[in-house]
Design a protein around this ligand. Sequence first.
Ligand SMILES: CC(=O)SCCNC(=O)CCNC(=O)[C@H](O)C(C)(C)COP(=O)(O)OP(=O)(O)OC[C@H]1O[C@@H](n2cnc3c(N)ncnc32)[C@H](O)[C@@H]1OP(=O)(O)O
Ligand SMILES: O=C([O-])CC(=O)C(=O)O
Length: 373
Amino acid sequence: MADKPTKGLADVVAASTALSDIDGQAGRLFYRGYDIHDLAGRTTFEETAHLLQYGTLPTREQLSAYGEELVRGRTLGTLVEANISEIAERQAPMEALRTLVSLAGGDDPDKDSNAPEANLRKAARLTAQQPLLVARYHAARTGAVIPAPDPSLSVAANFLLQITGRTPGEREVEIFDTCLVLHADHTMNASTFAARVCAATLSDMHSAIVAAIGTLKGPLHGGANEQVMRTLESLDAGAVAQSVRDRLAAGEKIMGFGHRVYKTEDPRATHLRQMSRELGEASGDDTYYRMSKEMEEVVFETKGLYPNVDFYAATVYHYLGIPTDLFTPVFSVSRMSGWTAHVIEQHADNRLIRPDSEYIGERDQKWKPIAER
Ligand SMILES: CC(=O)SCCNC(=O)CCNC(=O)[C@H](O)C(C)(C)COP(=O)(O)OP(=O)(O)OC[C@H]1O[C@@H](n2cnc3c(N)ncnc32)[C@H](O)[C@@H]1OP(=O)(O)O
Ligand SMILES: O=C([O-])CC(=O)C(=O)O
């Protein structure tokens, strides 16, 4: 007889990983032993992706080779090209990405191999393609002609260029790059777990990533960043505190607050709050930042909850000119680096992930023919 399950697998250690570690009491996050506070603002997304996928911060030569691989990967295959316009017309952003990554699996030259070298090549291609998929999806649905990927630009700069259609400022690129670093990996979060469950059947990397994208989409996970912006837009700037109190009193969840693991401030929120303030002030209208601060105070006062990574990410993306329904796709652009690294790690030391369940249904039922039911 199985033990009583922990609802939502809270506190269950479901996998071993050398990729990231969280101290939820102290509010600390590490990627392969490096404190997120040391990485954020000092290490580029490309270096972070290399750290996760290859295991080390790259030397200059390694970074240059990896950067070139990412630049070469900024291209879409024939299956994706043939379908992206229709998908953009008919599917919302995260659904479209789920479909497009699945199609990209069909285009991938390494699709039939889970070998370590093939997995590394697929990880780089998926990391390179994800921002392009988001930009091309957005262009297809708006009819905009977007600039072609610029090989001289970083992942962050190229994405901002393609989404906004204008050359981003240096500080905007730095800030967006830091966002990508902050979202890259996070232990056994729901989408990473989904990817690992899929990979552990010895299914392929693209299948695992499709599972992860579908899982990230939900508002209790990555989908919360979009909902944060929708909440801010729905509030009267002069009555934020009262509206939030009313919503909490009515039993509503306020998106962007609370976390399964952090019992104190999410260390990523510390950076995102600061970047939101900076961009809000630079924009000349920091209303959404100030409203966010007020929400944060009221939610803490009323429920003792802290903002998670999604809360201030919303206003940062807003100030950077990213459309609200692309906030969760932006999360996937970064998390692709972590998801793929987890698939590599799972395949390297695999055992099927198949937990037990507690049976709570009827027993000893007596079968009757259909005429007697
Ligand atoms: C990248 C990420 O995935 S970060 C998380 C993004 N998700 C969100 O921001 C959605 C809002 N937050 C939540 O729903 C939750 O805090 C989660 C999903 C993140 C964590 O969930 P769990 O660990 O299962 O906590 P759970 O949902 O059981 O909450 C515990 C208690 O805090 C309350 N609570 C948790 N989060 C919130 C919130 N955002 N607003 C109001 N109350 C909340 C719950 O209602 C519950 O109260 P109760 O014990 O009186 O019923
Ligand atoms: O860890 C989690 O449960 C959610 C989260 O913050 C993330 O995926 O970044």
